[in-house]
Design a protein around this ligand. Structure first.
Ligand code: D5M
Ligand code: FE
Ligand code: ZN
Length: 562
């Protein structure tokens, strides 16, 4: 990475990665330059924009860069800018560009000069409604700025060499399912194999077939996929489990104190039951129930530098309700010094509104052609600094198959979006970002979890609690044959085999986050205002928020741009 020597009389010969902008250039000018370049079809590196902003005549420099950029360039790099500003950029800048004030973290952060500071909300698991709203200024010094100061004169920012992003579990291009019965059998066998392994250490289980042969009155345990859950006339519950040898019923008596757990059971998930066999060995009287769950001792990874990721989803470009202004305020903010640590954006699906997703959806479409929607989305992506790493998975509104796992976009859609060379992976997918394992899943099954579990365990107002349930089940979409479509594959890609450090979903358009056994669950809001359908069912979306995750501490700050 090339550091910019500003040739400033700093006395210490400090080499900065980029010139601080406070006082020198109005903060919004970076964003303005980014937009101007985007208008010409270019995405730009932050450093390129900074160089342009500090040129004596920025407008002129932007024009020259656009004129002289190579024909095949998709993005403007700092080299392109240097090629045109050559010798008259930073070092020849007029004297007012000298000695910008140090960012001391005393509250006089550069953010003070902008009138568009997003509201920052800090808090934990209670969603956006209960937090105190403070200005960006008063909180900026506690996080981003203080670290920016300490590293400003040592490590250059946005050094791609410091970046560490690995994608695991991407099934794009790996789909083998033909939709035949045998494929489904394979998927569920794989689910059983991998989730029963998680439970095996906790119970001394036997196959269904063997349990039926055990003497009456024996202690027994079984691990299986839930075949049926029913309450009986007398208020007990019958839970039928299935393994590779057959099915076996367990009776959960109402006085066993297990009602709370029974409430959480969903069809087709993997469960263990321990108990005593009836005299005729025909049924197991349950003493305990076990979900695969996340160990309480889960140790999370952490970045070894101060770097952040924005966790967002549900942009819905193409909808009448897409909030273009809020999105612009977000991308403007990404160009400010305060957002400098935000080197990653993790996008959890529903980039566009799609077509024919819901009945009568066409009445609320601003863009009716799906490809045009992605073209428009690509325009909005151009406003994101080019050196921001973007990882995206599809959602139920995107142009991929609806059944999960959903492969990443096809080449045609990818080529529309290649203005920003995002990593496009499947839904779900696991990404390791600077040592932090993030499980990204769009979240269609959350509707089901919320519909089937009691309000206090999962609700639209506290979507993170529904996410806790998926973590507990170690599966992102346990139930088959309902609202969530599941595609048969050789492997059950929806199993949460490795415990993530962060679980990121969207879909329900509600913001909520919290920790479950050390795993941070974040459901990002959306960038779409309330639709007619949502109005009719009283869904009040949390639109225009960007949860920002510190990858070194796993602390979250939510910024509001609407
Ligand atoms: O869905 C956003 C949220 O709204 C999600 O919880 C489903 C629900 N939703 C939205 N539109 C409909 C219709 N027409 N029927 C049922 N449920 C709906 P998203 O798919 O992300 O737009
Ligand atoms: Fe959505
Ligand atoms: Zn969705």
């Amino acid at each position: 990475m090339v550091a910019i020597d500003l040739g400033r009389p700093t006395g210490s010969g400090t080499v900065l990665s980029r010139p601080p902008l406070s006082d020198v250039v109005p903060l919004e000018s970076n964003a303005r330059i980014a937009k101007e370049l985007a208008r010409h079809g270019y995405n730009a590196e932050r450093e390129a924009i900074t160089l342009l902003a500090s040129a004596p005549d920025s407008a002129d420099a932007v024009e020259s860069v656009v004129d002289r950029a190579p024909d095949d360039a998709l993005r403007i790099t700092s080299d392109h800018v240097r090629a045109v500003t050559n010798g008259r950029s930073a070092s020849d800048a007029d004297p007012t560009h000298e000695s910008p004030p140090a960012r001391t973290g005393d509250g006089s952060s550069p953010g003070a000069s902008t009138t568009r500071s997003p509201v920052e909300t800090e808090g934990s698991s209670s969603g956006p409604h209960t937090e105190s709203h403070t200005t960006a200024d008063s909180t900026a010094d506690s996080t981003a700025d203080s670290t920016a100061d300490s590293t400003a004169d040592s490590a250059p920012h946005h050094d791609p060499d410091l970046r560490d992003l690995e994608v695991g579990n991407d099934m794009t291009g790996q789909s083998t399912g033909t939709g035949e019965y045998g494929d489904f059998v394979r998927t569920f066998r794989d689910r059983y194999e991998r989730l029963s392994k998680v439970l095996r250490g906790r119970v001394n289980h036997r196959p269904a077939e063997a349990i039926a042969e055990m003497p009456g009155g024996s202690d027994a345990a079984m691990i299986g996929l839930v075949n049926d859950v029913r309450s009986t006339k007398s208020g007990h519950w019958l839970v039928e489990l299935e393994d590779t040898t057959g099915t076996f019923p367990a009776l959960v008596m109402k006085d066993k104190g297990l009602a709370d757990l029974v409430d959480e059971i969903m069809m087709d998930e993997c469960l263990a039951v321990e108990g005593t066999l009836a005299d005729d060995s025909g049924i197991l009287f349950a003493d305990s129930l076990h979900f695969p769950d996340v160990p309480r001792t889960h140790r999370t990874g952490a970045a070894d530098r101060h770097v952040q990721a924005a966790l967002i989803s549900d942009i819905h470009v193409g909808s009448d309700e897409f909030m273009a202004d809020a999105w612009s305020r977000f991308t403007d903010w990404l160009h400010t010094p305060e957002a400098e640590p935000v080197e990653y954006i993790l996008l959890a699906g529903d980039m566009v509104e799609g077509v024919g997703v819901y009945p009568d959806q066409d009445e609320e479409l601003e863009i009716v052609d799906i490809y045009d929607q992605y073209e428009a989305f690509a325009e909005h992506l151009k406003e994101v600094p080019a050196d921001t790493e973007i990882v995206m998975i599809p959602g139920n509104h995107d142009a991929v198959r609806l059944a999960e796992p959903q492969p990443g976009f096809n080449d045609e859609i990818r080529s529309i979006m290649d203005v920003h060379d995002a990593r496009i992976v499947s839904n779900p997918a696991t990404v390791s970002v600077e040592g932090v394992d993030v499980l990204m899943y769009h979240g269609v099954s959350l509707d089901e979890v919320i519909a089937e579990l009691p309000e206090e365990k999962a609700s639209y107002d506290e979507p993170h609690k529904a996410m806790y349930q998926l973590l507990k089940k170690r599966h992102v979409a346990p139930q088959f044959g309902g609202h969530t479509r599941v595609a048969p594959e050789e492997r059950d890609y929806l199993v949460i085999e490795d415990v993530p450090d962060v679980f990121h979903t969207g879909h329900v358009h509600k913001l909520g986050w919290g920790k479950y056994h050390n795993v941070l669950a974040v459901n990002s809001g959306c960038w779409q205002a309330q639709t007619d359908f949502q109005k009719s069912v009283n869904i009040d979306p949390d639109a225009g928020y960007a949860p920002i995750l510190d990858l070194d501490t796993l602390d979250m700050t939510v910024r509001k741009f609407a």
